[in-house]
Design a protein around this ligand. Structure first.
Ligand code: FAD
Length: 404
């Protein structure tokens, strides 16, 4: 008897209900449990509004994901679980296996949900668990999903109370507080426990989160959450725990505020299905005519040669590290859409290829939002990049760091 743990964006040993269920199956049946991970396709993608194929994933992103998988596989060996890395399509590969059960963590974006349905249709015994999100569909869709973030936050915040598991996790020693991200779960956890601590940098998070350059300006937890080295509840609970110790702390509360943005985008994507990825996004207004992207503008933007120093710094940072702060992303994306007047999906696809913390719901949801076709009451959000540079990079240190 054989079962697979299909590793998706839940690359961790601890706080992983999918792995726990698979281990319980092994104990119950005495069967063979293997882990399998499907590499993301690396072929180019074509969009109707751009004349050339676009890269699907970058070398830097591939290498980070590979390192995360290697680290997890090493942990699994000690649990007597071997890991297979497969470059074929999951459905094609699964048809060739004779497995009884497949354990996996549910996704929220369209392609992920389609893969899950297809596996079920193929007759496998599937066992799905929610652990990429703080909430589950039954909680979220008890009433209609709000069209904007604030009512969602108000409705869900009180549902999420402190849970016991965060308090019993060991403190694993200080971590290096910077991107690029570590590929190991224990380092990710150590980073969380160092950043969100009684005297940790999280105590100034709200004031500094718009900073462009310093590692401690924001949590740098995004890749850990996107690839699942940490469960979002672990982050949520850690914040609540430290807030409680401090008798309340607005700065750390704000990390939870941002985590709920992530959560909101997950459920928006879940509800929208394929619509999130259409040129007209979530709005049913219908576009007048789809714009056609300009190859020269794309090359100048991606290579950091637009002439706008803030945007150029942001795009060079992205190309070199696979990361940009939230403020840099907002400016770079707004510039592409509203200053260069280019199709938003082309920019979103480029970010998808480059970001180490790529998450379909957060990336496409934020892009759609900025383009005015997402969950935003405003028609569109144009950032004045000159003003933003003056405000968030007054001494030019960010622009100078990424000037070449
Ligand atoms: C155009 C654009 C594309 C983006 N693409 C992604 C993406 O692919 N993956 C991704 O994780 N985030 C994305 N974001 C959101 C945000 O920029 C990053 O999560 C954040 O910069 C990561 O750094 P941090 O962990 O230090 O964030 P912090 O400021 O420390 O925030 C804590 C956590 O909250 C979540 N979060 C914060 N802001 C947002 C937001 N606006 N939307 C969703 N979640 C948020 C993240 O999980 C983050 O790790 C995008 C934002 C924009 C404007």
């Amino acid at each position: 008897m054989k079962a697979y743990w299909w590793i998706r964006d839940d690359m961790r040993r601890e706080n992983n209900p999918t792995l726990e269920a698979a281990l319980a199956w092994r104990k119950r049946t005495g069967g063979l449990l293997q882990a399998v991970c499907f590499q993301r396709p690396s072929d180019a993608i074509s969009l109707s509004e751009y004349p050339k194929p676009l890269p699907r994933t970058s070398a830097i992103r591939q290498s980070y994901e590979r390192a995360c998988l290697q680290s997890l596989a090493a942990t699994l060996v000690s649990m007597d679980i071997s890991t297979i890395s497969v470059s074929e399509d999951i459905l094609f590969w699964m048809t060739k296996q004779n497995a009884e059960s497949i354990f996996f963590t549910y996704g929220c974006a369209h392609e992920e949900v389609e893969e899950e349905k297809a596996l079920m249709d193929m007759g496998f015994q599937t066992h799905g668990f929610y652990s990429r999100t703080l909430l589950e569909p039954a909680q979220v869709f008890e009433s209609p999903l709000p069209q904007t973030y604030t009512p969602f936050r108000k409705r869900t915040e009180s549902l999420l109370q402190l849970e016991a598991f965060s308090e019993i996790l060991p403190y694993l020693g200080p971590a290096r507080l910077s991107a690029p991200f570590s590929p190991t779960e224990s380092q990710a956890r150590a980073h969380l426990y160092t950043y969100v601590a009684e005297n940790g940098p999280g105590r100034t998070y709200k004031a500094r989160r718009n900073g462009l350059l310093q590692p401690q300006d924001s949590t740098k937890l995004s890749a850990y959450l996107s690839l699942g080295l940490l469960h979002p509840k672990e982050v949520w609970n850690r914040c609540l725990y430290v807030e409680k110790l401090l008798g309340g702390c607005e700065e750390i509360y704000w990390i939870r505020f941002e985590l709920l943005w992530r959560e909101y985008f997950q459920w928006v994507a879940y509800e929208a299905g394929p619509r999130l990825f259409l040129p007209e996004g979530l709005q049913s207004k219908g576009l007048v005519a789809p714009k056609v992207g300009n190859v020269d503008a794309f090359e100048r933007w991606t290579q950091g040669r637009t002439g706008d120093a803030l945007v150029d710094a942001a795009m060079r940072e992205l190309a070199a590290t696979g990361f940009q702060s939230n403020r840099a992303r907002q400016n770079a994306a707004s510039y592409w859409i509203h200053d260069l007047n280019q199709p938003w999906r082309v920019g979103a696809a480029y970010f998808e290829a480059m970001l180490l913390d790529f998450d379909a719901a957060s990336n496409w949801g934020n892009w759609a939002y900025l383009a005015g076709v997402g969950n935003d009451p405003r028609p569109f959000r144009k950032f004045n990049t000159q003003k933003q540079a003056d405000q968030y990079d007054p001494d030019k240190s960010y622009r100078l760091t990424w000037s070449t």
